[in-house]
Every structure is written in structure tokens, then in C-alpha cells.
Design a protein around this ligand. Structure first.
Ligand code: CP
Ligand code: NVA
Length: 306
């Protein structure tokens, strides 16, 4: 078992589906797992705001018999009041695992390297792996399988897009990404995805045409146009991304019965219209619920008895 969960790229294809299988089992029979993290404590470092991630990690720890301690950005002032390494070395003396939501991906790598504790990625500027696992679990629940499906991602080639590509590569799901020119996913993540998906049936199309991306898609996914930390670009991005809004017209070009997906929070009227996110095809709250089930499995595997 790995010490940390930082990226889906680090999982084998087998582990990826094993984690989803375990999630299915735990979701069906939560009582069986009520004590697997008895007396264990998770430190939750947040350098950015959160609803879903905080709730699901904290509630998840309670449901597994442990506890979680929330560390707000202003509490520890990572990097200014104290360096990353010293924070890792201190936490090691008190708790059993660390969950971190931060900015630069190098911060989580430094933290994981500095401590013997398991470190879980709860979002960096580069990746959001817990989200993508929950999303693929949701898609598998709805469709019964993942291989051969087509997922269209329309919007910013950001952390969520990156982790979805890595999940699609492991799952053998076809993926089409449509972004405005200059906002494509990072080439190094695209390279990881292509490497991981070489033998799984994964196919990847990257385009600037949202209509091309959604054609024949089983699910259409979007995320905010300006991520946390990009607030200064918000107004400029609104103009650039408008042709990529998931509205009824664009969504109607996907397969009939296609699902609408979003990691949330959504900026209604920007990347998605009310008509789409509130439609019967929208599974956004199932995705949010499944964050809980997937993360309970991750915590059990990394923090429980080996
Ligand atoms: N999707 C997600 O990570 O939501 P929060 O930012 O509210 O945690
Ligand atoms: N891309 C978004 C995801 C929020 C869950 C962000 O990083 O702000």
C-alpha cells in the first residue's frame, strides 16, 4: 500500500478499480466499517475555502470511528508563520494522517516527503484526485461500467480536468476536452494520461470546439472558469469562456440521456445554466455525496491497520 494519495497517476489500473469496488461495498454496508479508524485522528489543512471536501473528510472520519481536526488558513499560515517541513514534522507527533488543500502542487509534495504520515491531496492548483475518483464512481453507478463511455469536459483545462483525464485513462473511458485556446490542460498531465491509458481503451481528444467535444458524449462535465486563486482573472475569463457555457443548446448535442456533471461549487449562469444543472440529467449532488464514500475508503486504506 502506498503511503500517500497525491495523484491518480500513482495508482495502478488494478488499484483504481479496486478502490471503486471497495467504495461500492462500503456505501452499501457502512456499519461494517464503523470502527476501522477507531482512535485515529486526521489533520485537515485548508489554505483555500471548502464545503464538500471539509464536510466529507470530517464526516467520513466520524463514520469510521475516528476524528478530524480542522486547520484554517489563518491558523497555521503555512509558509509564512512556519515552513511546510516543520508543520509535517510537528503533526507527525500528534495525528495519524494529513489531508491538505493548497495552492502549488510542490507544497503537497514537500509535505509528503517531510513526514512519515499518509498525506491525502484534497486539491492543489494542479490536481483534484478525490473529486475525480468520486466522479468516476458516480458514472459507474449510473452506467454500470466505465470502459468505452465518452466523457466530455468543457471549460478550463484546470485541476479537475487534469484529474478526470487521469481517471479516464485508468478506467478506459474516452475523453474529449474543449477549452478556449490557451486554456488547454497541461502537456505533462496529458502525457501521463496517454501513458496510463495506453492499454485500457482510453482515447483523448483535445479541441477548442465545445460542440465537437460533446458529440456522442455519455456525460458532459464542466467546472468554474476561474478557480480559487484566480479571482483577479475572473472578469476577463468570463468573456473568453462564454462560448463554452454548458447550456441547453450545447447539452442537447450530447447523447440523448447524457448526464450533466460538475464538481461544485457552480457559478450558475456562467459555466452552466440553471436549466442544465437543475435538469433530471444532472447528477451533481450524487457526485457530492460520493465524495464521502470514496474518501472513507482512501482514509481506511492509508490510515487503517495494514
Ligand atoms: N468539489 C469540491 O471540492 O468542493 P469544495 O471546494 O466545496 O470542497
Ligand atoms: N477548479 C476549482 C475546483 C473547486 C472544487 C478550483 O480549483 O477552485
Amino acid at each position: 500500500m502506498k503511503k500517500d494519495f497525491i495523484t491518480i497517476h500513482d495508482l495502478s489500473t488494478y488499484e483504481f478499480s479496486e478502490w471503486l469496488d471497495l467504495t461500492e461495498k462500503m456505501k452499501k454496508n457502512p456499519n461494517k466499517y464503523r470502527k476501522v479508524l477507531k482512535d485515529k485522528i486526521l489533520a485537515m489543512i485548508f489554505q483555500k475555502p471548502s464545503l464538500r471536501t471539509r464536510m466529507t473528510f470530517e464526516v467520513g472520519m466520524l463514520q469510521l470511528g475516528g476524528e478530524a481536526v480542522y486547520l484554517a488558513p489563518s491558523d497555521i499560515q503555512m509558509g509564512s508563520r512556519e515552513g511546510v517541513r516543520d508543520i509535517g514534522k510537528n503533526l507527525e507527533r500528534w495525528v495519524d494522517g494529513i489531508m491538505i488543500r493548497t495552492f502549488g502542487h510542490n507544497i503537497i509534495l514537500e509535505l509528503a516527503e517531510s513526514t512519515t504520515l499518509p498525506v491525502i491531496n484534497a486539491l492543489t492548483d494542479l490536481l483534484h484526485p478525490c473529486q475525480a475518483l468520486a466522479d468516476f464512481f458516480t458514472l459507474r453507478e449510473k452506467k454500470g461500467h466505465l470502459a468505452g463511455l465518452k466523457l466530455a469536459y468543457v471549460g478550463d483545462g484546470n485541476n479537475v480536468c487534469h484529474s478526470l483525464m487521469l481517471a479516464a485513462a485508468k478506467a478506459g473511458t474516452k475523453m474529449a476536452v474543449a477549452t478556449p485556446p490557451g486554456y488547454e490542460p497541461k502537456p505533462e498531465i496529458v502525457a501521463w494520461a496517454r501513458e496510463d491509458g495506453r492499454d485500457t481503451g482510453f482515447e483523448l481528444t483535445i479541441t477548442n470546439d465545445p460542440f465537437e467535444a460533446v458529440r456522442e458524449a455519455d456525460a458532459v462535465y464542466t467546472d468554474v472558469w476561474a478557480s480559487m486563486g484566480q479571482e483577479a482573472e475572473k472578469e476577463a475569463r468570463k468573456k473568453i469562456f462564454l462560448p463554452y457555457q454548458v447550456n441547453e443548446e450545447l447539452f442537447s448535442r450530447a447523447k440523448p440521456g447524457a448526464y450533466f456533471m460538475h464538481c461544485l461549487p457552480a457559478h450558475r449562469g456562467e459555466e452552466v445554466t440553471d436549466a442544465v444543472i437543475d435538469s433530471p440529467n444532472s447528477v451533481v449532488y450524487d457526485q457530492a455525496e460520493n465524495r464521502l464514500h470514496v474518501q472513507k475508503v482512501i482514509m481506511m486504506l492509508l490510515m487503517g491497520k495494514k
